[in-house]
Design a protein around this ligand. Structure first.
Ligand SMILES: [Zn+2]
Length: 348
């Protein structure tokens, strides 16, 4: 901190300096105490910003990543970007050391045209009171590569948006940990591969879980949260939630209460309807958890004109809206991780 006063000779000089030093010491220790006591979930949520989301997404969905096709060189760049982020944040791998990759072997990826090994990326924050109870936050790290002419499918929304949202949430949780306010339950950050070719990475994880599925409290999956469905052009302050009430009324109620308390987003359940022909409930990674009777919520913006086109680029993302949606997911995860009682699959 700068010392802004220039004092000329003055008999009061030393008295003034002494007073200033005293005041500044007193106020800085008061500030520290205030930080430790008063930082709340809303302070941590406030560290999730559209600016940081944008900076990361321009890299993660940049041309260098070559569309992040499962097993490709671009996908390897992507997983290393994620790993480097977690190392920089001081967030550990549940696999130990600097091994942040759960290998998904080529033989498993049966729908891949050019056989290659791939990997899920995993990072872990251990809970302070119920460390064996795991909340899985997920987003898919892969996309569909390049076309015959070499055009890159950037996949900024699909699912660059969910990927960098997870990084911002991880950073917010880690800050809470550093200030002694870490979550009571553990959080697994699971970036899955092979989604676009058939939900392979999440299926592999649920068949080869790092933590027992019986201890897995829920899965909050984020796949496409940066754009606006043309149907919602006039009311864009929304997010679609899918699956929250399928296995657990408790999860649905907690999720709804959190949204009411902390967010002004409209929570739209249109695609949660069993009879909806789009069947989105079955079309992203949370489904592999749901079929193992683990309660899930799928966060989604709906489809749009650039879905699975080379025009799904970072300049088209609504970053302020994406920030709000990321904060909603963070608040929900925080509540589930910190509430007294574990959420249960009460509708089984
Ligand atoms: Zn996709």
């Amino acid at each position: 901190m700068h010392y802004p006063l220039k004092l000329t000779y003055n008999p009061m000089k030393y008295y003034i300096i002494a007073m200033l030093v005293f005041t500044s010491v007193a106020s800085s220790s008061a500030q520290k105490a205030a930080i430790q006591k008063q930082n709340t979930v809303e302070d941590y949520a406030a560290t999730i910003t559209s600016k940081e989301l944008k900076e990361m997404l321009y890299i993660y969905a940049g041309d260098d990543m070559r569309g992040r096709m499962t097993g490709s060189k671009g996908q390897k760049l992507a997983v290393n970007y994620l790993k480097d982020f977690y190392i920089a944040q001081g967030i550990k791998s549940p696999l130990g050391g600097d091994n942040y990759f759960q290998k998904v072997p080529a033989e498993y990826l049966t729908r891949l045209k050019e056989p290659a090994d791939s990997e899920n990326v995993v990072a872990f924050i251990q809970g302070s009171e119920f460390p064996e109870e795991i909340i899985v936050l997920s987003a898919h790290l892969d996309h569909v590569g390049v076309d015959d002419k070499g055009n890159v499918f950037n996949g900024a929304d699909d699912d660059g948006s969910g990927t960098v949202a997870m990084l911002e949430m991880a950073e917010a949780f880690q800050r809470a940990v550093k200030e002694g306010n870490g979550p009571k339950r553990s959080i697994l950050f699971l970036h899955v591969t092979g989604e676009e070719i058939g939900l392979y990475g999440s299926r592999y994880y649920t068949e080869n879980p790092i933590f027992p599925l019986a201890n897995t409290v829920c899965n909050l999956n984020t796949d496409m949260i940066g754009r606006i469905d043309p149907d919602k052009a006039d009311t864009p302050n929304y997010i679609y939630l899918i699956g929250s009430d399928k296995l657990s009324q408790e999860l649905h109620d907690v999720s709804a209460q959190v949204a009411k308390t902390y967010s002004d987003l409209e929570i739209d359940y249109t695609y949660n309807d069993e009879n909806d022909p789009n069947r989105f409930y079955y079309r992203s990674d949370h489904y592999n958890f749901a079929k193992n009777n683990i309660p899930v919520i799928f966060y989604f913006n709906g489809v749009h004109e650039d879905y699975h086109k080379i025009s799904d680029t970072p300049d088209k993302i609504a970053y302020d809206l994406m920030e709000k949606r990321t904060k909603l997911i963070f608040h929900t995860a925080w509540e589930i991780a910190n509430r007294e009682k574990r959420i249960t699959a009460d509708k089984l």
